[in-house]
Design a protein around this ligand. Structure first.
Ligand code: ADP
Length: 597
């Protein structure tokens, strides 16, 4: 609200309007600050001769595709209906929503409409609809990566499926991910080229989590990963491997990540929704929040109670089973503070990469049924958060090999190819827990190439989220770090990167992942801070995704997959293993539920 009032003030001052002119029919434009910074949202507003806004169109939005869509698709019509720019933001697309609100307000004020009326908060009065009871074979709670993988898989086998998603869009945290999907095909050229194998993926996942993961689940993850990639490709999903090869994602420890052609995690949802929209017997109900899992007298999970779009009760009875795919709880400060055992403090001062729906709803529902929980204190932080929002977007790195981390003193301070927990701990020890990711033009030959989140380097620079300079000296000035230190750090790094005198050796921080030196200007840097990313603990499952009680008994008809589960990643999840987790265990949950009697 405060931001909205200051925008109103700025807009009216900008337009020099103390008393507003009468509205004139016509089409007006405005811009707003979305996720990608100032001016990232542009709108066109049509006003008729009575001063009524008849149409609002978002003409341009450079915020992450898939993430901003929910706001772009819903807010303009709502604003036309209520004749105000001050409507509720769309959960999961807050910044884009604010950008649209600002852009529309700018446009209507320039049209001479009443700024006060257009900045007055109005809410749509929704009449409560009828309570409904639906029947299906399988009900899935959560329309993120694991939920939709399970829905598609169960439907492919012949089950009818209803997915309940509490937000106004599918995607959860999965759609916000950088898109790295670890999978090894032992018989591929790439496995030979990179000296990789399913066994090495297993070893790194298991040891990278300090041997806390359940070996059976870790084995299930890595040995089904490549099959998951093929399944996605059969569904029409495209990967960049043919042109770009495999890459090492931050904390991934090895080049085994497949990158989708579509940015961030959007490709998964294009693929799943394309299947769901073109097949009978599988449907997603948005804005439908599950509150309770129903069990029959024998203790079998048989349905779900949810609050529907209009506040009505939606009951879904499932003849085969219930799949819980509600994701993690990193956006729930209270829960993450209560469970955290790994970090000094995970209070509200530390931001999160997560969407606002990552509140751990599944935990309460599962607790009531006597489910067991494992390693709830294991919470992953990344050193890669946007300083303002904690989000992953705005991160300029493409892969581990081509970039370094630089602190406020202009020095490197950690092995940037190491474990996520080690790198984040090292960042916490730096001045203001603040660092810059520094790289050169090998990644962005023109600056118009996309990062992993659908933003070009030039857009980030224009929005003030990254800096760019022809020389390291100039870059240091923009970063406000001592130039001599930055230059010395880069020169030392280059000794180890391909072509340098120390090529092939591990550096002083133990880094072994190098490819090219940082010597090709212009150079880029973007600031990053620690951010809460993934809750690795969760409900205990077996390799069939059946939910287990404390005494190890199976709760019949009840399955779980994805971030809501625990015991796979141990104390530290490898980068690139989360998407693999959603695909592999999502599919298994779907298959297991399908075969439940
Ligand atoms: P995963 O990676 O495990 O699939 P995501 O975060 O991608 O996790 O997806 C989890 C999804 O579950 C999100 O879209 C979230 O909004 C949804 N969700 C969480 N709680 C509920 C609930 N109570 N009812 C319906 N959907 C829920």
């Amino acid at each position: 609200m405060k931001r909205f009032l200051s925008i109103l003030l700025a807009v009216t001052m900008l337009l020099g309007m103390t008393t507003l002119a009468a509205a004139e029919a016509g089409t007006y434009t405005g811009t707003g600050k979305g996720f990608a910074g100032d001016g990232s949202v542009e709108v066109s507003v049509t006003v008729d001769e009575n001063g009524v806004v008849t149409d609002i169109t978002v003409t341009n939005c450079t915020d992450t595709p898939g993430v901003c869509d929910a706001a772009v698709n819903t807010l303009p019509a709502l604003m036309v209906e209520l004749q105000t720019a001050n409507v509720d933001v769309v959960g999961g697309a807050t910044f884009t929503s604010e950008g649209i609100k600002e852009a529309v307000l700018t446009a209507v004020v320039s049209a001479g409409l009443d700024a006060v009326s257009w900045s007055t908060k109005k809410e749509k009065v929704v009449e409560k609809g009828e309570d409904v009871t639906l029947t299906t074979d399988v009900v899935v709670i959560g329309g993120g990566g694991a939920g939709l993988a399970s829905a598609v898989q169960a439907n492919q086998l012949g089950s009818s499926v209803i997915v309940l998603e509490k937000m106004g869009k599918v995607g959860g945290n999965t759609i916000l991910a950088g898109g790295a999907l670890n999978a090894v095909n032992d018989r591929s050229e790439q496995a030979i080229q990179y000296n990789d194998s399913v066994e090495w993926h297993y070893q790194q996942t298991f040891s990278g989590g300090d041997y806390q993961g359940d070996p059976v689940l870790v084995h299930t993850l890595v040995s089904n990963a490549w099959d998951g990639v093929q399944w996605l490709m059969d569904l029409g999903m495209e990967f960049q491997d043919d042109t770009a090869g495999l890459f090492t994602v931050t904390g991934g420890l090895w080049p085994r990540a497949h990158k989708p052609v579509e940015v961030a995690g959007t490709g998964f949802f294009t693929t799943y929704m394309n299947y769901i929209d073109t097949h009978e017997g599988v449907e997603v109900m948005l804005n439908t929040c599950a509150t309770e899992i129903l069990v029959d007298e024998s203790g079998k999970a048989v349905g779900v109670v949810a609050t529907g779009e209009t506040g009505n009760t939606v009951t879904v009875m499932a003849s085969k089973g219930v799949i819980v795919a509600t994701g993690g709880f990193a956006a729930n400060v209270e829960l993450r503070t209560a469970f955290n055992t790994q970090w000094a403090d995970l209070g509200a001062d530390i931001k999160s990469t997560n969407h606002p729906g990552a509140t751990g709803d599944g935990i309460k529902m599962l607790q009531k049924l006597g489910a067991d929980f494992v390693q709830m204190g294991n919470i992953q932080l990344l050193p890669l958060g946007d300083p303002e929002t904690g989000a992953l977007s705005g991160n300029i790195e493409h892969d581990v090999e081509t970039r370094i981390f630089i602190n406020k003193e202009g020095n490197r301070f950690t092995n940037e190819g190491g474990r996520r927990d080690d790198m984040t701990n090292a960042l916490f020890a730096q001045t203001d827990s603040y660092m810059w990711i520094v790289m050169d033009s090998d990644t962005y030959p023109t600056g118009d190439e996309l990062n992993n989140f659908g933003e070009t380097a030039n857009q980030l620079v224009a929005a003030g989220r990254a800096v760019k300079a022809d020389t390291l000296e100039e870059l240091a000035v923009l970063m406000n770090v001592p130039a001599e230190n930055l230059i010395a750090a880069v020169e030392d790094f280059n000794q180890y990167a391909q072509g340098g005198a120390k090529s092939g050796e591990a550096d002083a921080f133990g880094r072994t992942l190098f490819s090219t030196p940082i010597d090709n200007g212009p150079f880029y840097a973007a600031a990053r801070v620690p951010t809460v990313h993934h809750t690795m603990g969760g409900v205990r499952i077996n390799e069939l995704c059946q939910v287990l009680t404390e005494s190890g008994e199976i709760i019949p008809g009840l399955y779980a997959a994805g971030e809501v589960t625990g015991g796979i990643h141990g104390s530290n999840r490898l980068g690139g293993n989360a998407l693999t987790d959603t695909v592999v265990f999502g599919r298994i949950a779907g298959e297991s539920a399908h075969y439940e009697k």
